[in-house]
Design a protein around this ligand. Structure first.
Ligand code: NAD
Ligand code: UGA
Length: 468
């Protein structure tokens, strides 16, 4: 079996950074270089002040502190890292295409292809290339094609090793994964490559949790896992609307069905809508793949998960407008939370963005407080939509670093992220400084509606409806 001594990971993002930090921590005899074209990101990974790491994940700072400089290195020298590595992980972004064929649906594989070409150009010795990014099924054959035509005699094995970590719990997910999935070729060289990667994970993952499959099953399993998870959220969100109409309570319904061991209790939390860089992207990619095989019924089935999610986000903002007497023009609405979930500073596809965009279109004034998201990310999210000018975004929305200040003189608070600290606030104090009637729209079911009502708030909670 090939013993891996040097690893290179292309892409120092939310997956590449934490994944490689854990590999480096658990395998002190392997040298791990994480490389990226983004200089600012690499600089932040190398910052002595660990609070400045570009990815906030509970527990990550300690791991980076232990391994960085020992056998974990962050650099912009991509060629050098490729040249020295026995195994190369590709962990670059695979966003939804914004142009050309498949626009708005297919995964944009240009960054993947660039990596493959760079590996082909630089490599002088045989290498194992590992797909860590989430990719459409059969991408490995495209990568293989590029790598096999270098003409310099170097041999490559391509493995698929999708990542299942969730943000906010990335470190725990990496340390104790439900499973590690490795897809590879059934040839002797393929089996050898699978064993080499398995050998790395076996340093801390029980071998019975390391699953090996063919490459296509592995690639498709990743899209399938995200589609199933997102589908559960859309399913419970669909029920949240019926709950609000009928007086049922969605958290009680979720508990009641989740106790059925066939259904299970996880991923049944109704919300203002799922966000994150992957669920929507991966489902749209799946829809595109189905369509490209002419499987329209399959495509429509999965598309509905995204349709439902958009409905849920828009329903939330529509409800704010209609409750506030059908106009929010000039009214101050405070957002508690901007991240797409708690315990992360990531805002990609956060429901907060769509809700804010809708309310700004109604000329609301928004003040945002999020414990981890910085002002520039919030403005970047809004500017990216291109709905308004940058000046308009900055004059209509301001970012506060103190939640009590953000809520002062506000007509309504909208809870967009389920940060634990929101439960610990002095809500009486917040109420005292708000305009009356003071409204709370809880899109995350984090607040105790009875307690809030006792204080005097008019409450709306997702899947529970309004108190008045
Ligand atoms: P990210 O945007 O945070 O990081 C990707 C990095 O790759 C960026 O820093 C970018 O500069 C770099 N990059 C792009 N092209 C490059 C090149 N040619 N050379 C060097 N660097 C390059 O993305 P992410 O969230 O880490 O996601 C990466 C992949 O992992 C995606 O396919 C995603 O679907 C998948 N994934 C993400 C998560 C998650 O929680 N974010 C979980 C599982 C899987
Ligand atoms: C998700 C998957 O959980 C990971 O397994 C996967 O690796 C990752 O996508 C990926 O491929 O990027 P992530 O998006 O980081 O991870 O976070 P989740 O915990 O899945 O939450 C996604 C969104 O769904 C969040 O907005 C969250 O608030 C929402 N959600 C989740 C709900 O609204 N209700 C739930 O019950 C669970």
């Amino acid at each position: 079996m090939t013993k891996i001594k040097t690893i290179c990971c292309i892409g120092a993002g939310y997956v590449g950074g934490p994944t490689m930090a854990v590999i480096a921590q658990k395998c002190p005899d392997i040298n791990v270089s994480v490389v990226d074209l983004n200089e600012a990101r690499i600089k932040a990974w190398n910052d002595d002040d660990l609070s400045k790491l570009p990815v906030f994940e509970p527990g990550l700072d300690k791991i980076v502190e232990e391994a960085r400089g020992r056998n974990l290195f962050f650099s912009t020298d991509v060629d050098k890292a490729i040249d020295q590595a026995d195994m190369i992980f590709i962990s670059v972004n695979t966003p939804t295409k914004t142009y050309g064929k498949g626009k708005g649906m297919a995964a944009d594989l240009k960054y993947i292809e660039l990596c493959a070409r760079q590996i082909a150009k630089v490599a002088k010795e045989d290498k194992i290339v590992v797909e860590k990014s989430t990719l459409p099924v059969r991408t490995a054959s495209a990568i293989k094609n590029i790598l096999d035509h270098t003409g310099n005699g170097v041999k490559f094995q391509i493995l698929s090793n999708p990542e299942f970590l969730a943000e906010g719990t990335a470190v725990q997910d990496l340390l104790k994964p439900d499973r590690v999935l490795i897809g590879g070729d059934s040839s002797e060289e393929g089996k050898n490559a699978i064993q080499a990667l398995k050998g790395i994970y076996a340093n801390w993952v029980p071998t019975e949790k390391i699953l090996t499959t063919n490459v296509w099953s592995s690639e498709l399993s990743k899209l399938t896992a995200n589609a199933f998870l997102a589908q559960r959220v859309s399913s419970i969100n669909a029920m949240s609307v019926i709950c609000e109409k009928t007086g049922a309570d969605v958290s009680e319904v979720a508990k009641a069905i989740g106790l059925d061991s066939r259904i299970g209790s996880k991923f049944l939390k109704s919300s203002v809508g799922f966000g994150g860089s992957c669920f929507q992207k991966d489902i749209l990619n799946l829809v595109y793949i189905a369509k490209s095989y002419g499987l329209n019924e399959v495509a429509d089935y999965w598309k509905q998960v995204v349709v439902m999610n958009n409905y849920q986000k828009n329903r939330f903002s529509n409800n704010i407008v209609s409750t506030l007497y059908n106009t929010v023009s000039g009214k101050k609405i405070t957002f508690f939370g901007w991240a797409f979930k708690k315990d992360t500073n990531d805002t990609r596809e956060s429901a907060a963005i769509q809700v804010a965009d809708n309310l700004l279109n109604e000329q609301a004034n928004i003040e945002v407080y999020d414990p981890k998201v910085v002002e520039e990310s919030i403005y970047a999210d809004l500017d990216y939509l291109n709905t308004r000018t940058e000046e308009e975004n900055r004059s209509l929305l301001t970012v506060k670093t103190d939640p009590y200040e953000a809520a002062r003189d506000s007509h309504a608070i909208a809870v967009l992220t389920e940060w634990d600290e929101f439960k610990t606030y002095d809500w009486q104090k917040i109420y005292n400084h708000m305009l009356k009637p003071a409204f709370v729209f809880d899109g995350r079911d984090v607040l105790d509606i009875n307690e809030m009502e006792k204080i005097g708030f008019v409450c709306y909670s997702i899947g529970k409806g309004s108190s008045k």
